[in-house]
Design a protein around this ligand. Structure first.
Ligand code: ADP
Length: 389
């Protein structure tokens, strides 16, 4: 019998990293890639070129496929709803996915579910922003409801005219509606990753700390160091509430702000963002967990039993390679391995550009300081920098 076909929209590193998991599970991956040299196109044999917004390309992608899934959220919801109406299995489905596409829809629904969020409001104009700034004490984060990523579409605003250019774009029809959130005085950013199958099985991985630089994830520490057990349980409860409440299928990443409580109380968490696909905060699971997020995502969307999410070591640190001074990275592999034969290097086959996510390095072990130092040193070598002393 032919292998089940899993159709994936998007040909970046997330689809690329699904490929080894699909191989191990005996699946046929078919990926709709942006271009013939996209990250995933280099390693997936069945990789038609097309746009995620092109109905013809997506229609062709799902022919004979067991399921359609995604490595990014930028797929027109109406197109997916049409496929579902015609009996195509789409996971996550459009009714869930909209919460990862539109921050106003997401905030509205999470508030209904009683999930803790920053104070927020939709904004129609500068008057709404002025009222919100008064309410929260003078500083807010204005966001575009759709289309933002890696900190683009997020701006700290302290005056009512601070988002006038964005309001103008909304009026001109070139920008998505805006919302404002209170500027959360978080102590750090956490993330919790979960997976759910259409039959309702749910598994979560340990809560991690995600370190951001300029709005981009730079490092992930699993599990989050010194995490209060009450806070960890609350983060996991939130992930389960969201994944069940929104009917998410596949992997869900919940990005969280950790906020200090009055003395004696456990820190609280507020939801920042949702992603319904494998996520940067889960790359550590490839080398650091019994089951990687990529394998679990494939299992979940195919409604196979979910597998063990236990960590393989007391600590795992994943350091992203964001840009590089080198011309190409393969030579630096040797340097990383000579310095640290146990460091796991993952390269995404991308053209080097400043700040671009080019790969990551994962190190596991029993001593957090050492594991972190080694992961950072590996990433630094791939960026063409001398490692920190
Ligand atoms: P994106 O969709 O571009 O990833 P996010 O909503 O995750 O945007 O915001 C990017 C970063 O901006 C977050 O990781 C966080 O550091 C900061 N940020 C976002 N919202 C808030 C907020 N309400 N308060 C404080 N910082 C925020």
């Amino acid at each position: 019998m032919a292998a089940p076909v899993v159709a994936v929209v998007g040909g970046g590193q997330l689809a690329r990293m699904m490929a080894p998991a699909a191989t191990a599970l005996g699946l046929h991956l078919r990926v709709l890639v942006e271009g013939a040299v996209s990250s995933a196109a280099q390693v997936v044999v069945d990789a038609p070129v097309g746009a995620a917004s092109d109905p013809v390309a997506v229609e062709a992608l799902v022919v004979g496929a067991r399921v359609l899934t995604f490595e990014h959220e930028h797929v027109p919801n109406a197109l997916l709803a049409d496929l579902v109406a015609r009996g195509v299995a789409v996971h996550p489905g459009p009714d869930a996915l909209v919460h990862a596409q539109d921050k106003i829809v997401m905030r509205t629904r999470l508030t209904e579910l009683g999930v803790p969020c920053p104070r927020w409001a939709p904004l129609a104009d500068a008057g709404d922003l002025a009222a919100f700034l008064d309410l929260v004490g003078g500083a807010a984060v204005v966001k575009t409801s759709r289309g933002g990523y890696d900190g683009k579409g997020v701006r700290v605003v302290r005056a009512a005219d601070g988002a006038d250019d964005w309001f103008a774009a909304v009026t001109a029809g070139t920008g998505a509606p805006l919302l404002a959130e209170e500027l959360v005085p978080f102590t750090r950013e956490l993330a919790v990753l979960a997976a759910r199958s259409p039959s309702g099985e749910v598994r979560t991985w340990p809560v991690v700390e995600s370190v951001q630089e300029d709005g981009v994830c730079a490092e992930v520490v699993a599990p989050a160091p010194d995490l209060d057990p009450t806070t960890a349980a609350e983060a996991e409860r939130i992930a389960r509430t969201v994944i069940e409440g929104l009917g998410v299928t596949g992997v869900l990443a919940v990005e969280l702000f950790e906020v200090a409580s009055p003395p004696g109380g456990a820190p609280r968490v507020l939801v920042n963002e949702l992603a319904m696909r494998p996520h940067n905060s889960g790359h550590w699971t490839i080398d650091g967990s019994v089951t990687s997020q990529f394998e679990q995502h494939l299992r979940a969307v195919l409604d196979l039993p979910l597998a063990d999410t236990a960590p393989l070591a007391p600590w795992t640190v994943m350091a992203n390679v964001l840009g590089s001074d080198l011309d190409e990275l393969t030579d630096a592999l040797g340097a990383v391995t000579r310095a640290d034969p146990a460091a796991k290097v993952h390269l995404y086959g991308k053209v080097i550009r400043p700040g671009r996510k080019l790969g990551h390095v994962t190190v596991s072990g029993a001593d957090l300081a050492e594991v972190r130092r080694r992961a950072r040193a590996g990433a630094a070598l791939l960026r063409g920098e001398a490692p920190e002393a």
